[in-house]
Design a protein around this ligand. Structure first.
Ligand code: 2NL
Length: 344
């Protein structure tokens, strides 16, 4: 009997040792310790044993039962630990792997350029003014010294809604409206960014809809030298501190005198290259002293007040700055173009 019990113990131990899952352990437990198992059977058959044998075999059977229970428990703990370990290993995160980047959009290059110019002029004491894109003939032309049937209107062929209403051809009407609001009292110091429209055929350098930023400073004793100073700061901030500027005589119906502003070439420094067409200079904007007729029509006494105004095309500035060869890139929304202007 004793040998049989010891053999059972060895058999159970070996089975437990070779079991690799919970289910298997449960099976072993039922097989050896269950109600119909061999140990229970031994205990049940105790009655047949002699008085001397009974306590010895009983104790041994209980001892073996406890030993098997303990070994099962230990194996169970071991299996559980192995399971957790395997899980930890399989779910390890490699923190050195590159992360999944989130696809983000970016500002349109024209938006960036306009915001850069706005910030620059805000720093010089200008405010931003906006106005309607569908405009009256009066604000777009007449108040700017461009009477009906004046030949200079041909420079800005327009989209008319009616005889008196059109898509604005420049942002100047916003400035006229601002001056009128001031009721003859200076200073007026604004920049006006926005969309403008002209009846042009689209090509690499023309678009029927484009952007403009105009600036206006009206006060007592504003002079051409003030304009030159402001434009010099603008040129240096926008195209580099080494830039020089030059003013060339020009004509606009709403300014007198009128000047074009060039900057020294930022590519070659003025020696001559393909960017400046071997002249050393790049044309940036048009400007001048506000025509007395324009001041008067807007309610300012032109013998007391004077002012300067300038107008530029953000497309041209962006094309120069980023080396873009076709204005249509700004308006055809090809992401391969737009994605190149993500700000760092
Ligand atoms: C250009 C030239 C210019 C102005 C715009 C202006 C506005 C008022 C009065 C006088 Cl209210 N002038 N604007 C003056 C000179 C030039 O723009 O070539 N822009 C792209």
């Amino acid at each position: 009997m004793k040998e049989k019990l010891l053999a059972l113990k060895e058999e159970a131990f070996a089975l437990i040792e070779n079991t690799s899952d919970k289910k298997g352990l449960q099976d072993v437990k039922v097989k050896y310790l269950g109600k119909k198992g061999p140990i229970t059977e031994v205990l049940r058959g105790m009655g047949k044993l002699s008085k001397e044998e009974r306590p010895v075999i009983g104790a041994l059977a209980n001892e073996i039962r406890q030993a098997i229970e303990l070994v099962i428990e230990q194996k169970q703990t071991k299996l559980q630990e192995e399971l957790i370990q395997a899980q930890l290993e399989s779910e390890t995160i490699d923190v050195t792997l590159p992360g999944k980047s989130i696809k983000t959009g970016n500002a349109h290059p024209l938006t960036s350029i306009i915001e850069e110019i706005e910030d620059l002029f805000i720093g010089l004491g200008f405010s931003i003014a906006e106005g309607p894109e569908v405009e009256q003939d009066y604000y777009n032309f007449e108040a700017l010294n461009l009477p009906k049937d004046h030949p200079a209107r041909d420079m800005q062929d327009s989209f008319y809604i009616t005889n008196e209403i059109l898509m604005r051809t420049h942002t100047s009407p916003v400035q006229v409206r601002a001056m009128k609001k001031h009721q003859g009292e200076g200073p007026v110091k604004i920049i006006c960014p926005g969309k403008v429209y002209r009846r042009d055929t689209d090509d690499a350098t023309h678009s029927h809809q484009f952007m403009q930023i105009e600036g206006l400073y009206v006060d007592k004793k504003v002079r051409l030298s003030d304009l030159k100073g402001i434009l010099t700061v603008f040129a240096k901030k926008m195209f580099g501190e080494d830039r020089d500027i030059r003013l060339r005589p020009s004509f606009f119906p709403f300014t007198e005198p009128s000047v074009e502003m060039d900057i020294s070439c930022f590519k070659c420094g003025g020696h001559g290259c393909s960017v400046c067409k071997h002249t050393g200079w790049i044309e940036i904007l048009g400007s001048g002293m506000v025509h007395p007729n324009v001041l008067e029509m807007a309610g300012f006494d032109s013998t007391v007040y004077s002012g300067f105004a300038f107008g530029m095309g953000p497309e041209r500035i962006a094309m120069l700055k980023y080396g873009i060869d076709d204005i249509r890139h700004f308006y055809t929304d090809d992401v391969r173009f737009l994605e190149q202007f993500k700000r760092a």
